[in-house]
Design a protein around this ligand. Structure first.
Ligand code: NAP
Length: 300
C-alpha cells in the first residue's frame, strides 16, 4: 500500500513527489513516457525565481534526482484507470495495479494539433511539436513556426540560431508571447513575420516541402517552401482516463482550486491538468507542493 501515487512525472508530479517523500510518505510516481514533462523541450528557462538561467533538461533532471534522493519511486507505466473505494484507491496501469491511500493527478497537457489535413501523416517528416528536440535536423534550411505564444516565439528564436530562414506564422497581428521575445526576434532579418495567416495545407511527397498560407482579410493564398513546420499553438488536457473519477470542466481540465482537491475524496490534481488561469513552471511546482501537503493532511 502506497501513501501517495502520483500520475505524471512533469514539474507538478515530481514536485509533489519531493514534498510527499520529505514528509515521510511512501510515494510512487507513474509516468507513461519519460520524466520531466513539457519543460524538457524548453531550450532555456529564465523566469523560475531564484534560478537565473537553466536549460529545461537540466531543470527536469535536477528535480527528478531530488525526488528520487528523497525516497520516491518511479515506474514507467501508463495509468489506465483508477478505482476509488472509501478507504483506498487502486491504480490500474498498462503493466500492473497498485493500491494507495491517495492519488495526485499530474497528467499535464498535450500539444494542441492544427487539425490540418496530412498533419499526422507528416509528423516526424517535417512536422514537429518540439523545436529543441528536432530543430537541429534543419540546420541551414528554411523552416516555419506557427503560433503566437511564448513557446512559438522561443522556438523561432532558437531556430533562428541555425536555420536559413524562419517564417513565424500567427493567426492575429498581435502576439500573446512576451514583448522581450518579440523584440529579440525583430532584430533578426532572417525571421519573417507572417501575420493574420492560417496554415491551410501541408504539401510534399513523403516529406513536408511547403505550407500553403491563407491570409486575412481577403483569404489570399501563398505558398512557403519550408522543410519543417514547428507547431506551437498551445496545449490541451489529457484527462479522459479520469473523466468518470473526477469532475472535469467544459475544456476537459480537472476541476480543482488552489488546494488541489478534486470532487473525489483523497484524489488531488496538480499542474497544467487542473483548472487555473496561469500555467507556468512556477505554478506547476507550487501545485505539486500544495497537492502533496493536502494528501499528507488527508492521510493524517
Ligand atoms: P499559448 O500561450 O496558449 O499560445 C498559443 C498560441 O497559439 C496563441 O497565440 C494562439 O493564438 C495560437 N493558437 C491556438 N490555437 C490555434 C490554432 N488552432 N491555429 C493557430 N493558432 C492557434 O501556448 P504556449 O505558447 O505553448 O504557452 C503555454 C503557457 O506556457 C503560457 O502560459 C506561456 O506563457 C507558458 N510558457 C512560458 C515560457 C517561459 O516563460 N519561458 C515558455 C513557453 C511557454 P491567439 O493568440 O490568437 O489565441
Amino acid at each position: 500500500m502506497y501513501d501517495i501515487i502520483i500520475a505524471g512525472a512533469g514539474t507538478a508530479g515530481l514536485s509533489a513527489a519531493v514534498y510527499g517523500a520529505r514528509a515521510g510518505k511512501r510515494v510512487l510516481v507513474l509516468e507513461k513516457e519519460v520524466y520531466g514533462g513539457q519543460i524538457m523541450s524548453a531550450s532555456v528557462v529564465e523566469n523560475y525565481p531564484g534560478i537565473r538561467k537553466i536549460s529545461g533538461y537540466e531543470f527536469a533532471q535536477g528535480l527528478y534526482e531530488q525526488a528520487m534522493e528523497q525516497g520516491a519511486e518511479i515506474k514507467y507505466e501508463k495509468v489506465l484507470e483508477i478505482q476509488n473505494s472509501e478507504t483506498y484507491k487502486t491504480v490500474h496501469t498498462s503493466l500492473s495495479a497498485y493500491d494507495s491511500r491517495t492519488v495526485i493527478l499530474a497528467s499535464g497537457a498535450k500539444n494542441r494539433h492544427l487539425q490540418v489535413a496530412r498533419e499526422e501523416e507528416l509528423t516526424g517528416k517535417g512536422i514537429s511539436y518540439c523545436a529543441t528536440c528536432d530543430g537541429a535536423f534543419y540546420r541551414g534550411k528554411d523552416v516555419a513556426v506557427v503560433g503566437g505564444g511564448n513557446t512559438a516565439l522561443e522556438d523561432a528564436l532558437f531556430l533562428s540560431g541555425y536555420c536559413r530562414k524562419v517564417y513565424l506564422i500567427h493567426r492575429r497581428d498581435q502576439f500573446r508571447g512576451e514583448k522581450r521575445l518579440q523584440d529579440s526576434l525583430r532584430e533578426k532579418e532572417h525571421v519573417i513575420w507572417v501575420l493574420e495567416s492560417h496554415v491551410a495545407a501541408l504539401n510534399g511527397t513523403g516529406y513536408l516541402e511547403s505550407v500553403t498560407i491563407e491570409q486575412e482579410p481577403d483569404k489570399g493564398k501563398k505558398e512557403l517552401a519550408v522543410s519543417a513546420l514547428f507547431i506551437a499553438i498551445g496545449q490541451e488536457p489529457d484527462n479522459q482516463p479520469f473523466a468518470s473519477l473526477v469532475e472535469l470542466d467544459a475544456h476537459g481540465y480537472i476541476k480543482a482550486a488552489e488546494d488541489c482537491r478534486t470532487s473525489a475524496e483523497g484524489i488531488f490534481a496538480a499542474g497544467d491538468c487542473r483548472t487555473k488561469t496561469v500555467r507556468q513552471l512556477t505554478t506547476a511546482a507550487a501545485d505539486g507542493a500544495a497537492a502533496a501537503l493536502a494528501a499528507c493532511a488527508y492521510i493524517g
